[in-house]
Design a binder for this molecule. Structure first.
Ligand code: GAR
Length: 206
C-alpha cells in the first residue's frame, strides 16, 4: 500500500477482515504521514522513501520497485499517494495496481479533485476505485459511487462524505482484485463470481 496522508483508507483496509491479511507493507513518501503510524499500530511493516533523498524521479521509483520486490509484493494499493508512478513501475504490475480517487472520474482528475468539483459548481461528485495505467487518474474503473454536493458544502465536509464512501469501496475493490475476480477488457472491468455483472447479488456498488 502506498500512502502520503492520514491513512483513513489504509485503516479501512486494515479493518476489513478479508483484506487485512493481504497487507504486508506500507510505503510513504512523507515521514509524517499518519498512514505510517496506522501501519505500525497494526504490526504492518512501514517504510519511508523520501523523494528528497534521490536525485531523480526515476531513481526514487527504482528504489520503490526494489523495496516492493524485496517484500514479494504483487498487488499495489494507492490511497492518497500524491506522487505519479513512472511507466516502468506501472508496467511491472499489469492490472495489479488500484487507486482510490475522490471524484467521479473522468471528471476532476488530479491532486485537488474535491476543491475542483466545488469550484466548478458541480451538483454531484463521488468516489472512484480504478486500475492504474500509465496516465494519471485514467485507468479502467472498477467501482464508483455518486455523492451529491449540497448547498453550503465546504471542501472538508464534502471530502469527509466522499471518504466515508471510499472506506466502503476501496476494501471491496481490493478484495475483488486479490481474489482474482476482476477481468479487464479494454476500458471495462467485469466483476466475476457472486455479485458479478450477471448476478446483482452481494459484491456491492459498481
Ligand atoms: C483520499 O480521499 C483519496 O481519495 C485522495 O486522498 C485522500 C487520502 O486520504 N486521493 C487523491 O486525491 C489522489 N488524487 P487518507 O490518507 O485518509 O486515506
Amino acid at each position: 500500500m502506498l500512502a502520503s496522508g492520514g491513512g483513513t483508507n489504509l485503516q479501512a483496509l486494515l479493518d476489513a477482515p478479508e483484506v487485512k491479511p493481504w497487507i504486508s507493507l506500507v510505503v510513504s513518501d512523507r515521514p509524517r504521514a499518519g498512514a505510517l503510524e496506522r501501519a505500525r499500530m497494526a504490526c504492518v511493516e512501514a517504510v519511508v522513501l523520501e523523494p528528497g533523498g534521490f536525485a531523480t524521479r526515476e531513481e526514487h521509483d527504482r528504489a520503490l520497485a526494489e523495496t516492493l520486490r524485496n517484500s514479494g509484493i504483487d498487488v499495489l494499493l494507492l490511497a492518497g499517494y500524491m506522487r505519479i508512478l513512472g511507466a516502468p513501475l506501472v508496467r511491472s504490475f499489469p492490472e495489479r495496481i488500484l487507486n482510490v480517487h475522490p471524484s467521479l472520474l473522468p471528471a476532476f482528475p488530479g491532486a485537488s479533485a474535491v476543491r475542483d468539483a466545488l469550484d466548478w459548481g458541480a451538483k454531484v461528485t463521488g468516489a472512484t476505485v480504478h486500475m492504474v495505467d500509465e496516465e494519471v487518474d485514467h485507468g479502467p474503473i472498477v467501482l464508483q459511487e455518486a455523492i451529491p454536493i449540497l448547498p453550503g458544502d465546504d471542501e472538508a465536509g464534502l471530502h469527509a462524505r466522499i471518504q466515508a464512501v471510499e472506506h466502503r469501496l476501496f476494501p471491496l475493490g481490493a478484495r475483488l482484485l486479490v481474489e482474482g475476480r476482476l477481468k479487464v477488457e479494454g476500458r471495462r472491468v467485469h466483476i466475476l463470481g457472486p455479485g458479478s455483472d450477471g448476478d446483482p447479488g452481494s459484491a456491492g456498488t459498481r
